[in-house]
Structure formats: structure tokens, C-alpha cells
Design a protein around this ligand. Structure first.
Ligand code: FES
Ligand SMILES: [Fe+2]
Length: 473
């Protein structure tokens, strides 16, 4: 479908012809893209789907003595914490006559509009209308639009869907394990559609290229410092993608050789609509087995802007050498790998481009119809296809593993991980790659087995299975 659209737009030019600029130029104008999974305004299919899940909307530290104006999925809102400590996420325009509540005054209970003093509780109930007569019943007949909200580990979450479909907030193992894990909140503003940032996670080949080789030769050493991921990332991985979370998500398994004696298996995961987790992201050798270093949601602001909200995980397993910097995580800042945020000079961006430059330069809304996907893009296209099914209602929205964990009152198992296996290099390169692939699949299978196990048994099970995998590949 995508291919035929493209061929219709430029018949001869894509058969490998030279100097085809004139023939191809019209494609660049108004080429179709995947609106059904990119647009998130009210009443759009993706927008309604995304509104069935809790979404982070700002950081707790942004709720001060004045309200915080926010825009989420095309809706102008205001967030605040009243003096009793309750968090409110309300429509920004006052129900009385439309003054913005970003200029409101945070109250002991709720917020008061600056214009005529109407006071609203966090659930939108009108508490006072001071300019109205004492016997006025106006306040009992009007309400301010409000969304349920709560805070967790420095993030403010809101639910913007129908109340009767409000889900439980899914809590994954990595939020509480290993013991002593600290979750540090951050945000990261992107001037582009949410989807191209989200699918960057599953586009794992770019870590071997963008993050290791794509800098201007002879670049200032100071600039280049911090542009590369840890050593092994430079090797082209053996990658496969697998559907997970009852087809409401997916993972990749990426295998690389670290030495003649050892290989490294990395698994990153995403769950729809917009949540994902990465394993270690600071320079350090992979441990025997470690979990997530970052959990995040890519939240649409509108169709051409989005914000990553998430937690960096700090613990001795995922960062044994303590290379992460908690103090550098916060509002529109993140501590790892330069090129993550918009805050660099144009010259530096050109010389040492990072994720931010690659992703936002795809356009405010990436034009899928002009892409030329290859084998390395299978994951990205799988992600889009699964999302389309989920948005269209073809995938049941409440996967069994979420229900099972909730019924046990337990955290959800995670797949996101780094694992080091002692597997000797095979003399034949292709055979060696196949051995690494097989080992990666077995690590993932071992993690899937944990879906059926209580939390306390998961880690011991994995460690036992890793020994078996080494003995059997
Ligand atoms: S516009 Fe808000 S109280 Fe009048
Ligand atoms: Fe990246």
C-alpha cells in the first residue's frame, strides 16, 4: 500500500535513476502519513485510545504556589496542588466566562479564578461564586472540566478518558526492584509528533550508527565526549522483534559479541499506547543480568509536539559504577548521552547529532509514505501495525498478564534487561551470529516464563535459566 502510493507519485524516478530531484520534488509536498495513529486530538481514534490510559502530564516539582499551564493531546489544561496536598488537573478556561486558570490562585482547597473569584475543587465542583447573590444556586448547576489525577515518584498522572473505563495504574517490577531503586523524574520536550519519538526505541540499529559513528571526523574531543553509548553498542547487533503484552506491545532482542568469551543480550520493551523501558544507558559493562534504567511515556501535546515524561532508575544493578547523574534529570533535562534535548547550538547539533536531531528532523509529522523501509525497519513497521490494530479495537485492551498481576496484588513482570552470557566465539562468523540469536531468544523465553511466577521467584528463575542457556547453546 505504502509502496504503491509512492510509485504512483514518482513512476520512473525510484528505479535507481541518477539526478532524479526534479521528478521526486513533488513527493515532498503533502505526502500522506499515518494520521490514524499519529493524531491524538479529541474524537480521533488514536486520541480516544490514548485517553483510556493514565498519562503523565507534568513533574511534581512544577506544581508550586502558582498553577501550571499544560497542554496534553490538544487540550489546554491547568495543573496545581492545593494547600491540602490534593492534585487538580482542570480545563484551563474558567467555566464562568473563560479567564485562564493559569492566573488563578491556589487555595487551601482547590483553585480560585482571578477574574470573579469562582473557586473550584480538584474534581471540578464549584465551591464559591462570590459575586453572586447569597441565594444563588448557580454553583450547583455548573462545573469545571476536571480529570482524575495523582502523583507518584515525582510525576503527576491524569486520566483523560470516560470515568467508567478508568483503568488501574500498571506498576512494573522495575519501579520497586531491585531494593533501593530510586526513580528520578524527568521530562524531554520534542518539537514533533509523539510516534516518531516512541518508535525510536524499537529502531535499535540506530544505536550502532547514530550513537557511535555519525559524527564529523576530527570533531572537537570535548563535543564528542558523551556522544557514544557504552562500548558494545558500536557493533552491529543481531536483532529480532517479538509481540508481547497480549499484542499490546513488543520487544526487541539484540545480541552482540563482547569478547571471544562473552555475549551481551539486550531487551527493550514497549506497551501501548505510549509506554516503554530501556535497559542500561550509561557507560559500563553489562552485568550478568540487570533491568530497566528508564521508564517513559511519550505524551502528545498536539500533533506536532510531544513530551517524554519518565523516570530514570538508579540502583547498583543497572549502574554499578554510578555513572548516572541524578542531579541532571528534571524539567526538560536528562543525564545521559548528549543530543537528547533541544538545548544545544546548531553548530554542535550538526557536528554531533543525537536522537533529538535525527527524530525531529524527520518532520513535525514524519511522512511514512516516503520511507524506503528495509530489514532493519521491521520493528518500526511492526509497532505501527500493532498500534493500528489496537486503535481499531482488534486487540483486546486488557491483556491477561495485567489482569493476572492485579489479581495477585503484584507488580507486573518486565522484559527490559541487559544480560551477559559466557558463550565462546564460534570460528565461523555467520554461525556465531546464529548462536547469539538463539541465545537472545532463549533469554526472552526465560523472561516470559516469569509471567506465571510470583515476584519473589522471578529473579532466581532467570538466573537459573541463564546458566542453562550457557550450557546448551
Ligand atoms: S471568568 Fe472565572 S470567575 Fe469569572
Ligand atoms: Fe538513540
Amino acid at each position: 500500500m505504502i509502496t504503491s502510493e509512492r510509485q504512483a507519485a514518482a513512476p520512473a524516478a525510484e528505479q535507481g535513476a541518477s539526478y532524479s530531484g526534479y521528478l521526486l520534488r513533488d513527493q515532498q509536498i503533502a505526502a500522506p502519513t499515518s494520521h490514524e495513529i499519529m493524531r491524538t486530538g479529541p474524537r480521533t481514534p488514536m486520541g480516544e485510545y490514548m485517553r483510556r490510559y493514565w498519562q503523565p502530564v507534568c513533574l511534581s516539582q512544577e506544581l508550586t504556589d502558582v498553577p501550571k499551564a499544560i497542554r496534553i493531546m490538544h487540550e489546554d489544561l491547568v495543573a496545581f496542588r492545593d494547600r491540602e496536598g490534593n492534585v487538580g488537573v482542570l480545563h484551563r478556561k474558567c467555566a464562568h466566562r473563560g479567564a485562564s486558570l493559569e492566573f488563578g490562585i491556589v487555595q487551601q482547597r482547590g483553585i480560585r479564578c482571578c477574574y470573579h473569584g469562582w473557586q473550584f475543587d480538584v474534581d471540578g465542583k464549584v465551591l464559591e461564586t462570590p459575586a453572586e447573590p447569597a441565594d444563588s444556586r448557580l454553583k450547583d448547576t455548573v462545573c469545571q472540566g476536571a480529570y482524575p489525577a495523582f502523583e507518584r515518584d515525582g510525576l503527576v498522572f491524569a486520566y483523560m478518558g470516560p470515568l467508567d473505563q478508568k483503568p488501574a495504574f500498571p506498576v512494573f517490577d522495575g519501579y520497586v526492584m531491585p531494593k533501593g531503586t530510586r526513580l528520578v523524574p524527568f521530562s524531554n520536550v520534542f518539537d514533533c509528533n509523539w510516534l516518531q519519538v516512541f518508535e525510536n526505541l524499537i529502531d535499535h540499529y540506530h544505536t550502532a550508527l547514530l550513537h557511535n559513528n555519525m559524527t564529523v571526523a576530527g570533531v572537537d574531543a570535548k563535543l564528542a565526549k558523551g556522544a557514544s553509548l557504552m562500548g558494545g553498542f558500536g557493533e552491529m547487533p543481531v536483532v529480532d522483534w517479538h509481540q508481547t503484552h497480549g499484542n499490546n506491545g513488543m520487544i526487541f532482542t539484540a545480541g552482540r559479541r563482547l569478547s571471544d568469551e562473552s555475549v551481551w543480550i539486550r531487551i527493550s520493551e514497549m506497551a501501548f499506547p505510549n509506554w516503554c523501558q530501556n535497559a542500561a544507558i550509561v557507560a559500563a559493562a553489562p552485568q550478568r543480568h540487570s533491568g530497566p534504567a528508564m521508564s517513559r511515556w511519550q505524551v502528545p501535546v498536539d500533533d506536532e509536539h510531544s513530551i517524554a515524561f519518565g523516570w530514570r532508575h538508579f540502583n547498583d544493578e543497572v549502574d554499578p559504577e554510578h555513572n548516572g547523574r541524578e542531579q541532571d534529570c528534571g524539567v526538560d533535562k536528562i543525564d545521559f548521552l548528549i543530543g537528547q534535548t533541544r538545548h544545544r547550538s546548531y553548530d554542535e547539533k550538526q557536528r554531533v547529532p543525537g536522537d533529538y536531531e535525527a527524530i525531529t528532523s524527520q518532520g513535525a509529522q514524519a511522512l511514512h509514505s516516503l520511507e524506503h523501509p528495509g530489514r532493519s525497519d521491521v520493528g518500526v513497521y511492526m509497532c505501527r501495525a500493532l498500534l493500528r490494530d489496537a486503535v481499531a479495537g482488534k486487540t483486546p485492551p486488557d491483556p491477561a498478564r495485567v489482569k493476572a498481576a492485579a489479581s495477585r496484588g503484584e507488580t507486573l513482570p518486565r522484559y527490559c534487561s541487559d544480560t551477559r552470557l559466557n558463550i565462546r566465539r564460534h570460528a565461523d562468523h555467520e554461525k556465531d551470529r546464529e548462536i547469539i540469536r538463539k541465545a537472545a531468544h532463549q533469554v526472552f523465553a526465560a523472561m516470559r516464563e516469569c509471567d506465571e511466577l510470583p515476584l519473589a521467584q522471578r529473579k532466581p528463575h532467570i538466573m537459573r535459566r541463564l546458566d542453562e542457556i550457557e550450557a546448551n547453546v
